[in-house]
Design a protein around this ligand. Structure first.
Ligand SMILES: [Zn+2]
Length: 122
């Protein structure tokens, strides 16, 4: 089962409403400075049912991007590298049905897709 953007938005609103009066809403706060690119990545993702990760950070032309120490990186490529322990080859695509998922295990590169295609052949 997947969670819709509306459900995530409603959950964030409910969390903001549940906060004691007089405190600064979390969404308006600056996040603590990330020590590493991986730490920065985890500050901007939400876990979604099914093992998916939903990106809540910056996007450019609809694609999630992360700026860390003045260097911009595609979140798909970063998530792939963090999970697989190597840089992706070619375009990174998600293999699950959650649009925009940034869970590393749900991302494929040219090498993984070629291996899957070879394995699928009779
Ligand atoms: Zn996914």
């Amino acid at each position: 089962m997947s969670v819709t953007l509306e459900e995530i938005s409603a959950a964030l609103d409910a969390a903001a409403d549940a906060r004691p009066v007089g405190r600064v809403p979390v969404l308006a706060c600056r996040r603590p400075a990330a020590r590493t690119r991986e730490h920065a990545f985890h500050q901007w993702v939400l876990s979604v049912d099914g093992g998916h990760l939903h990106w809540t950070g910056q996007t450019e032309h609809g694609s999630p991007v992360l700026w860390f120490r003045s260097v911009r990186e595609s979140v798909y490529r970063l998530a792939f590298r963090l999970h697989h322990g190597r840089a992706p080859h070619g375009q990174v695509r998600w293999s699950c049905d959650y649009q925009g998922c940034v869970a590393g295990e749900h991302l494929t590169d040219r090498v993984i897709r070629a291996q899957a295609a070879a394995g699928a052949r009779p």
